[in-house]
Design a protein around this ligand. Structure first.
Ligand code: FHN
Length: 569
């Protein structure tokens, strides 16, 4: 390797490895560590993409990668490709389905943790060209997407439990190989990513995954892909960060500064690969709310389909995608090429903006009139994109919107507000539909915290910031979060926001009385956001006691609210 290259990598490594140095020497960061801003904007404007998890594993109806050595013995799993013959595969049909869904890009698993390559490669025989199908499905999809005006990107797993040089193997990467050679594996990874860009490019993005073994090596991937294609994007799972965050199975928090994309599954059971004919799909409302909340938070959605072993995106998945596309065909102006805000998303509202227009996405109507903090701009015109009429009342104290019940939509009523200035000039406005939380900024402790105890500290669950969270190690089940309110307070409502899906299976809300804990609410799952009401409680020390959990429960916010003052007659 040329000395200059080596120095560049050393610099990048030093910068990535030491935040202090990184902050002090940000200007010294090699140019290739940053993405092309125009490429980021193009990607953000797209807002909605298709994720595809596919491979010989679809023959088993089990999860890709994870079922190797678990539900399916390794020997059997690694020979599935000899039976993989997706004769009904038609790249143009998959691209057409994505387009009909309103998806502007596609990301295909070209190599998952199981090591099987869905592309022609000189680096291993374990690839689709040596299956009975003998076709480079990755290249065919890339070409079909180009024909249909859809951008194409490739998922490429950093961890590879099949490759003899990778230090971990199945089941689930829990088994350490006796001998391995990460340097040799790194050369293999770089060579294959080079093949993908060279043979299937230009690509929208490289979507790395599960990079736990690659800290300090990801910079080499970033440098190489930028040298091959300067406007390419790469996600944050390289081992050394990347261009955009990738919250998974959850909608990310509002963030205008750092691009992000939530990867979600259309499967009713959150399967990535095809889970069989009984798998089913999520309701249209759940899919649309993913898009609305993500766009409201300034993020993208990468919605995953799992094709069948015959090479079909099954009808129930294609039909759901078509329904999303039909909605976007009518209201996509409020999603595509917008930015999030100015009002930050809540359970009942999201907002997006473009030019001089703010789009209010009213997804629930707790009251007949929606009352918001005032907009620092004059509303010159309003309309209801979804049909009907709205009464919009703007004062220096508030913005009130009401839409007759007959004109409210089941999933999303969109009110467009034309302003007397660019909507992007407005600073983000946080909403507290339940009022300010009594826990915000208070002292919080927890039974356990993952990692260094700072990034995911207990305090991250009481900072009124949906981009931070209290997190626990993946092995954690039961755990608790305790908050000292500073003085006895009275409250009758709580809001709990869970990150990373539904890892909480049962919980209690408890107040400390002397040395005892008194339970005042019990529940099961929490999810993105749970709001609960209960008889007023007065206490200073309160805790969220997670009695049953799996996979490391993690909480974005734990909030408590004073009783709403009774309106005078
Ligand atoms: O283990 C993978 C999983 O199978 C899937 O590919 C997701 C998609 O983001 N990534 C990993 C889990 O984080």
């Amino acid at each position: 390797m040329k000395p200059t290259h080596f120095l560049k990598i050393l610099t990048a490594l030093a910068l990535v490895a030491s935040p202090g140095l990184r902050a002090a020497d940000a200007q010294a960061e090699p140019p290739w560590m940053k993405p092309d801003p125009a490429a980021v904007k193009r990607w953000q404007d797209m807002r909605f993409g298709m994720f595809i998890h596919w491979g010989p594993v679809s023959l088993t109806h089990q999860e890709i990668g994870w079922s190797r050595g678990a539900k399916t013995p390794i020997e059997e799993y690694d020979n599935l490709y000899k039976k993989f013959n997706p004769v009904k595969f038609n790249a143009d049909e998959w691209a057409r389905i994505a387009k009909a869904a309103g998806m502007k890009y596609m990301v295909l698993t070209t190599k998952h943790h199981d090591g099987f390559c869905l592309f022609e490669t000189k680096e291993t025989d374990y690839n689709v060209m040596n299956s009975p199908f003998h076709r480079d499905v990755t290249k065919e999809l890339a070409e079909a997407c180009r024909r249909q005006g859809i951008a194409f990107g490739t998922y490429y797993s950093v961890c590879d439990w099949h490759h003899p040089d990778f230090p971990l193997t199945s089941p689930g990467g829990k088994v350490k190989r006796e001998t391995s050679n990460l340097e040799s594996y790194n050369r293999y990874l770089l060579a294959q990513i080079r093949e993908l860009i060279t043979n299937c490019g230009p690509l929208l993005t490289i979507w790395n995954d599960v990079p736990q073994e690659f800290k300090g090596r990801g910079v080499k991937t970033i440098q190489m892909v930028r040298e091959l294609q300067p406007d390419i994007l790469i996600n944050n799972r390289t081992g050394d960060g990347g261009d955009y965050e990738t919250p998974e199975q959850r909608i990310g928090g509002f963030n205008l500064e750092r691009p992000w994309e939530s990867c979600m599954t259309v499967s009713a059971h959150n399967h990535w690969a095809w889970g069989g004919p009984e798998d089913g799909v999520k309701p249209l409302s759940a899919c649309l709310l993913m898009l609305i909340r993500a766009a409201g938070g300034d993020g993208n959605v990468l919605l995953n389909v799992g094709p069948t072993p015959e090479g079909l995106i099954e009808d129930c998945q294609a039909d759901r995608l078509k329904e999303i596309g039909d909605w976007l065909a009518k209201y996509g102006e409020s999603i595509y090429a917008t930015r999030g805000g100015p009002y930050k998303p809540t359970l009942s509202l999201a907002s997006t903006r473009k030019g001089n227009t703010v789009y209010l996405h009213l997804t629930q109507w707790p009251e007949d009139t929606v009352t918001l903090p005032p907009l620092p701009a004059k509303i010159t015109k309003s309309s209801v994109l979804t049909g009907g009429t709205a009464v919009v009342k703007q004062t220096s104290d508030a913005l009130e919107i009401s839409v007759p019940a007959s004109d409210r939509q089941e999933i999303d009523t969109i009110v467009a507000l034309e302003l007397d200035r660019p909507a992007l000039e407005i600073q983000p406005i946080a909403l507290h539909p339940l009022g300010p939380s009594l826990t915000t900024g208070k002292t919080a402790i927890a039974s356990t915290v993952i990692g260094n105890g700072k990034t995911y500290a207990a305090s991250m669950a009481v900072d009124d910031n949906d981009s931070t969270r209290w997190a626990t190690a993946a092995s954690t089940g039961a755990c608790w979060l305790e908050v000292d309110l500073g003085k006895p307070e009275t409250f009758d409502r709580a809001a709990i926001l869970e990150a990373c899906g539904e890892r909480v299976k049962a919980f209690e809300l408890q107040a400390k009385e002397g040395d005892d804990w008194k339970t005042f609410h019990q529940g099961k799952k929490i999810g993105d956001r749970l709001e609960v009401k209960f008889a007023p409680v007065t206490a200073q020390i309160v805790r969220l006691n997670i009695t049953e959990g799996q996979g490391g429960p993690t909480i974005t916010e734990f909030q408590l609210f004073s009783p709403v003052p009774k309106k005078s007659p």
